[in-house]
Design a protein around this ligand. Structure first.
Ligand code: GLA
Length: 666
């Protein structure tokens, strides 16, 4: 039995963050009544409760939480209990100012908001250890407890002196000697050579560009330092309750944590999904962004996962914050389920009336029980209860792997590169979106993973590739795989040292490139055309192909400085094929190219000929059809099926309302 199935018990979990400490007790019983009405079956309690549980150093006030857990339990609502360590009480900052983070300029990041802790502070860690220990002791055998939720969205950085000491310890372990560190960081440049460990500091504010390998290592270190905080609490909880799984919630496609490494330390992988701040509800990119995060989380989990937070209505941290139009909350929730979620939860249960998030929606908004939002929440609760037993625990099988690596992201998006326009997530997202629009089910994978089970591997842009990754990619294609690889890839090694020739020789061989003369990034306003009429932009490369007939030039640059030179290549290598795109094709062209590569690799879309804006996902033996359009649509069916949401049997086609969903069993 997987850890997550111990949490779900074979149904889909539905609920949200529940913060009763913000409300008088008279509201608590009402909360449980409304939760039951909505079909809520689990809530997350205590995420930001530290000051309520430990009002002064060492004191404990568990009475209110005892009462809340009893109320929930007697109402049949299970509990995901959080450690409150994301928001230390003000007394900690006053008594132990060294627990407060310092920014790059050495300025204190004060209490008065949340997440004001230095991950390296032994004092913070000790207080976190004690409160975690006491929570585990007190509630470990509570019958409502199903899951532990550690901290919340680990995301802090700190540049203080304690962090400096911790960073040095981490570096000693990584490099062993100062000489190895000096070599890895290339400190011969600009007279940066270190003569003693104590000279090394976190990359604080400096006069001009800072050492890129130091920045990269500091990012790696920060991810690891936060991970130590997580595993520290996890181990305490696991010692008390070996059968209760532990999670911590990720942010969607968040830069700060090495998500592959973190997920491996969790019993259950969970994520919070809010629309990309660059694209709102109204954006046509919204559903693809959600799908990307969902596929990434499923891939991190290696199976079903939890949607720990989303918003039932508006958020309050974009410029203009719209509510979700009718049906969108249901549509996006069922999209998450289609892509492997076994839980649909929200921030938060009841919308706050005070505090920084009083204009952030809740499942129960200010307008209360009669509001459209709450009515829709109830409808969704009923839908999830209906399909839950058929869906929970089942898998999604993708035949395409999209490669993603945090270290490459960290190394590649620093200043001092050929182009500040090249944005890691934009490239990843645009390639993912093309796959999504072609209805090709996709996993995300680390370049060092075993890729042999995927007929098609897509690598949009990975500036840094380790030797292991290069060997694994080469072995994959040699063994018969199909790789589509994008520009400015394989440029640097694990220390962010540029590979000889500007691209690793193994990769050049694989792609059929003889010489990579120069990178030619483009200004946003400078488009290019290829000789097959394809518009392109962002980036181009001056390269020569290997002589002979293994490599085919599929398109050449038709204008600009590189006119006549190869732009898109396809190379036969071993038993497989590698495509190389030295530029970013226009969206339609990228879609066609990936669809061609998929077809030649024998990968079929979930349903052929789907109308644009309709998503089809197979989970287990169910087919989810999701209409992201603002108008109804009719989808032809390859096989008759019964919609589990309505009980209706459809033979030849299904009509989906605006934002409508069908979950078909054939
Ligand atoms: C995050 C946090 C929540 C809340 C929401 C608001 O996901 O975990 O506590 O602040 O954002 O969107």
């Amino acid at each position: 039995m997987s850890a997550l199935s111990r949490v779900t018990g074979g149904r889909l979990r539905f609920g949200g963050d529940y913060n009763p400490e913000q409300w008088p007790r008279s509201v608590w019983a009402e909360d449980v009544r409304l939760m039951r009405r909505a079909g809520v079956n689990m809530v997350t309690v205590g995420v930001f409760s530290w000051a309520s549980l430990e009002p002064r150093p060492g004191a404990r006030d568990f009475g209110w939480l005892d009462h809340v857990l009893e109320l929930l339990h007697s109402g049949g609502i299970d509990v995901c209990l959080a450690t409150p360590t994301a928001s230390p009480p003000p007394w900690m900052g006053v008594r132990h100012p060294e627990t407060l983070p310092r920014d790059e300029n050495g300025l204190t990041v004060w209490y008065g908001s949340r997440q004001q802790f230095c991950a390296s502070s032994p004092v913070y860690r000790e207080y976190a250890r004690r409160i975690t220990e006491d929570l585990a002791q007190r509630y470990g055998s509570h019958p409502a407890l199903r899951l532990w939720h550690v901290n919340n969205e680990y995301c802090t950085f700190c540049w203080c002196d304690e962090t400096a000491r911790h960073f040095r310890r981490w570096l000693r372990e990584r490099y062993g000697s100062l000489e190895a560190l000096n070599t890895a960081w290339g400190t011969a440049f600009w007279s940066q050579r270190y003569d003693g460990w104590e000279e090394i500091i976190p990359p604080r504010r400096a006069q001009y560009l800072r050492n890129p390998s130091q920045l990269l290592d500091f990012q790696r270190f920060t991810s690891d330092a936060l991970l130590e905080c997580f595993t520290g609490e996890r181990d305490i909880l696991a010692a008390h309750t070996p059968d209760i799984p532990v999670t911590t919630n990720f942010m969607p496609l968040w830069r700060g944590q090495d998500g592959w490494r973190w997920a491996a330390e969790e019993d259950v992988v969970s994520v919070d999904i809010y629309p990309d701040p660059r694209a709102g509800w109204e954006s046509p990119d919204g559903p693809a962004h959600g799908a990307l995060v969902q596929d990434l989380t499923r891939s991190q989990a290696g199976g079903p996962w939890m949607l720990m937070e989303q918003a039932a209505g508006p958020v309050n941290w974009r410029g203009v914050n719209h509510p979700k139009p009718p049906g969108l909350n249901r549509l996006w929730s069922l999209q998450a389920v289609a892509r492997g979620a076994d839980a649909v939860c929200y921030f938060q249960w009841r919308q706050s009336r005070q505090g920084s998030e009083k204009f952030h929606s809740g499942m129960v908004p200010h307008a209360g029980e009669r509001s459209r939002t709450f009515q829709e929440v109830c409808g969704l609760g009923a839908d999830l209860a209906r399909i839950g037993p058929e869906v929970a625990g089942t898998g999604v099988t993708a035949q395409v792997a999209l490669l993603h690596d945090w270290h490459s992201w960290w190394a590649g998006d620093q200043p001092g590169r050929p182009s500040s326009e090249l944005d890691y997530t934009r490239v990843l997202t645009s390639w993912y979106q093309a796959l999504w629009e072609e209805n090709l089910l996709t996993d995300l994978a680390h370049p060092e993973h075993d890729l042999s089970r995927y007929p098609l591997v897509v690598l949009p842009h990975l500036y840094l590739l380790s030797d292991t990754a290069l060997d694994s990619l080469t072995a994959y294609v040699r063994g018969g795989g199909t790789l589509v690889c994008g520009y400015f890839t394989g440029v640097a090694d694990g220390d962010d040292r540029v590979r000889e020739g500007g691209m690793d020789a193994r990769l050049r061989d694989l792609l059929g490139i003889a010489v990579l003369h120069e990178w030619w990034p483009l200004h946003p306003e400078d488009g290019l055309t290829l000789d097959d009429g394809t518009p392109a932009g962002l980036w181009s490369e001056e390269l020569d192909t290997v002589p002979g007939n293994a490599v085919t030039v599929l398109a050449r640059y038709a204008d600009g400085e590189l006119a006549g030179r190869p732009a898109v290549l396809r190379n036969r290598f071993g038993a497989g094929t590698a495509w190389y795109l030295s530029t970013q094709p226009g969206h339609g062209a990228l879609r066609r190219l990936l669809a061609d590569a998929a077809a030649t690799a024998g990968v079929a879309p979930v349903l052929p000929g789907l109308p644009d804006g309709v998503e089809a996902v197979r989970r287990g033996d169910l087919l989810f059809l999701l209409n992201h359009r603002r108008s109804p649509v009719t989808v032809p069916l390859p096989l008759p099926g019964t919609d589990l949401l309505t009980g209706t049997r459809h033979t030849e086609e299904v009509r989906l309302d605006r934002h409508g969903v069908a979950v078909l069993r054939s």
